[in-house]
Write a protein that binds this ligand. Structure first.
Ligand code: G4P
Length: 282
């Protein structure tokens, strides 16, 4: 992770986000549909408080449709609205706008009673790094290429971006810290690229991914690399993929770095398949 989150940063971030929250009607909380629990900030509920919130299962194009459904049901059970989104293509944005309109209905009606008609709904985006915040802002606003820096917290400009659906979006999202303590969470974040290959060396990380895929999605691995998995160790499977992909160095040795990069890259791009790596525990 390129940010070192210290308790001081967390406190500042929290304060800064809570200040911004007073200016908005609704929060769009982005999480990664492949790892919804791991990509959620550990204290998000207390940060958002009573403010209307939509959980956006972003990158749902890379996750499994069954997984997407299960997670949506899970959040519904907790009384939180959620929507599956692909911020890159914009698929799901209309539904997001609908939900956001419904959740802010009461406030809109209160304004209307006071004669304020067509007041835009004000929203802000929250999420850990790399979950797709900038992409969603760009997609909603039709602007291109602006990347929000992954600095903790929010900047102070407080510009509003007008989007369709009579929405005004705070131009700088709240960048939250991920969960740190649980090593499984760390692995999930690393598999998806949310933390950049820094918790483990790339070869070990890829081997752990092969282990996960072998245990839970053997057919996908088999189909993608045309390899026999039965009875092989994870390392042997990795070597087999390496041979298939020509990752060989002098003397016929496997180029582990090259094959590791291939496996991680293909997983992250969704080429191995639509994969949800975790399900609700309850
Ligand atoms: P952030 O502001 O929350 O940090 O995330 P950002 O929008 O920069 O998105 C991180 C990466 O995720 C980008 O890939 C972006 O294209 C990709 N992305 C965002 N939303 C979606 C989605 O709904 N579906 C898919 N498939 N990809 C999405 P990148 O430019 O390749 O960056 P990186 O992964 O090399 O950092």
């Amino acid at each position: 992770m390129n940010i070192n989150w210290y308790p001081g940063h967390m406190k500042k971030t929290r304060e800064s986000i809570q200040k911004s929250l007073t200016m908005v009607d609704i929060v769009f909380e982005l999480i990664d549909a492949r790892i919804p629990a791991s990509s959620q900030n550990p204290v998000i509920d207390s940060i958002v408080g009573e403010k209307p919130r939509v959980i956006i299962l972003n990158k749902s194009d890379l996750a499994n449709s069954h997984g997407n459904k299960i997670w949506q049901e899970y959040f519904l059970g907790k009384n939180i609205s959620s929507v599956c989104l692909d911020a890159l293509s914009g698929k799901g944005i209309d539904r997001l706008l609908e939900i956001s309109y419904d959740l802010t209905d009461e406030k809109r009606k209160a304004y209307e009673k006071r004669g304020v008609i067509s007041r835009p709904t004000r929203a802000m985006i929250l999420g850990i790094p790399n979950v797709g915040k900038s992409t969603l802002i760009n997609s909603l606003s039709g602007r291109k290429g602006a990347k929000t820096g992954n600095k903790p917290g929010v900047t102070k400009s407080n510009q509003w971006i007008k989007t369709k659906g009579n929405l005004e979006l705070l131009d700088t999202p709240g960048i939250l810290w991920p969960k740190f303590e649980d090593p499984d969470v760390g692995l999930n974040l690393a598999f998806t690229g949310a933390i950049k290959d820094e918790i483990l060396d790339i070869e070990t990380l890829a081997l752990r991914l092969v282990e996960r895929l072998t245990n839970y999605f053997p057919n996908l691995l088999n189909n993608r690399y045309n390899i026999e998995i039965e009875g092989k160790s994870y390392l042997e499977i990795m070597e087999e993929i390496g041979r298939r992909r020509g990752c060989i160095i002098k003397g016929g040795e496997i180029d582990y770095t090259k094959v590791s990069n291939i496996v991680l890259d293909e997983f992250r791009k969704g080429v191995i398949g639509n994969i949800t790596l975790e399900f609700p525990k309850e």
